[in-house]
Design a protein around this ligand. Structure first.
Ligand code: ASP
Length: 303
């Protein structure tokens, strides 16, 4: 079986540059997705993931991450402050506990106990962006909730975007990972789709895997990645399974004009597809024969 790694958005290239050599050298899909997500978390230029991620409405950077190889093997953290890679903390949840998800201060205690070092994740650039947003909020006399609604439902191409990675190793094993600082200036306490299995990510070794990005509330309302994997289980092609999820989002969520949702789906035989509600989504692929950043096969509303 030939190995493959697929990652969301233009910064998926950063993920693939780190993840691919692991696969190429016979490493596991699990190691590849963890290191791929971690590389993006560590990059301060990516303002929606890890270090350098834009903060919530109170000015705090909070991270959500999930790693999964099977329904019986997955781990996640949500609302994690001060520790990266969040994806590696999620892996420890998977490997060292009997739980699936740890949140907030207790997740931070777990990370510290596991030997991760606390660090300040707010960069000057992210702080300035938050101060500007806060200034606008004050000038317009909005409450934090009103201002968060406005910013998290706006055209937010620069203030959201999860790194989501799906990989298959030479032995045919699948793994998925995703990590995000969530929607910029979100209401404190808000958790999106990314750290919840079946929402931002789902992997079933008998069928395939799917990962999502975009306005998490859209994806959560339809259990987006679980829906895609279940559609593939019923025999649908990855692109048709994605179309079903996008159609469901369109039907039941009535997305606002600029809201985005996008998915990558990978079937266990290596067939894959990507799709998005609207233009601008990109998928980075690396395999023995391809190294590219591609537009998705499906754009539900091409505009
Ligand atoms: N889905 C993420 C969230 O809602 C953000 C994104 O992928 O754009 O937190």
């Amino acid at each position: 079986m030939s190995a493959l790694i697929l990652s969301t958005w233009h910064f998926g290239r950063i993920a693939n540059v780190t993840g691919w050599p692991i696969l190429e050298n016979g490493g596991s899909a699990l190691d590849a997705v963890e290191r791929a997500c971690a590389a993006v978390e560590e990059d301060p230029e990516v303002t929606s993931v890890g270090y350098g991620g834009f903060p919530d409405a109170s000015g705090e950077v909070t991270l959500d991450a999930l790693i999964m190889v099977a329904p019986s093997r997955c781990g996640a953290v949500a609302c994690l402050r001060g520790f990266i890679p969040a994806i590696s903390v999620a892996r420890r949840v998977m490997e060292k506990t009997s739980h699936v998800l740890l949140v907030g201060p207790k997740a931070e205690e777990f990370a510290a106990a596991e030997g991760f070092t606390r660090r300040d994740l707010l960069t000057d650039r992210a702080r300035r962006a938050w101060e500007e947003w806060k200034g606008r909020q004050n000038r317009q006399g909005q409450t934090a909730a009103e201002a968060s609604v406005a910013s998290t439902t706006a055209d937010s191409r620069s203030n959201h975007d999860t790194i989501g990675v799906l990989a298959q190793d030479a032995a045919g094993n699948l793994a998925g990972g995703c990590s995000t600082s969530g929607l910029a200036f979100k209401l404190p306490g808000r958790v999106g789709d990314s750290p919840i299995i079946g929402h931002g990510l789902y992997v079933d070794p008998d069928v395939g895997a799917a990962v999502g990005t975009g306005h998490g509330e859209l994806i959560m309302r339809v259990c987006g990645t679980f829906l895609i994997v279940e559609e593939m289980r019923q025999g649908k092609l990855p692109k048709d399974a994605i179309r079903t999820a996008l159609q469901r989002i369109a039907d039941v969520c009535h997305p606002l004009p600029k809201q985005q949702a996008a998915f990558i789906a990978l079937r266990k035989d290596g067939l894959w597809a990507a799709g998005a509600l609207r233009p601008a989504f990109q998928v980075a692929i690396r395999s023995p024969t391809e190294d590219d950043l591609l537009a998705p096969q499906i754009v539900f509303w091409p505009e």
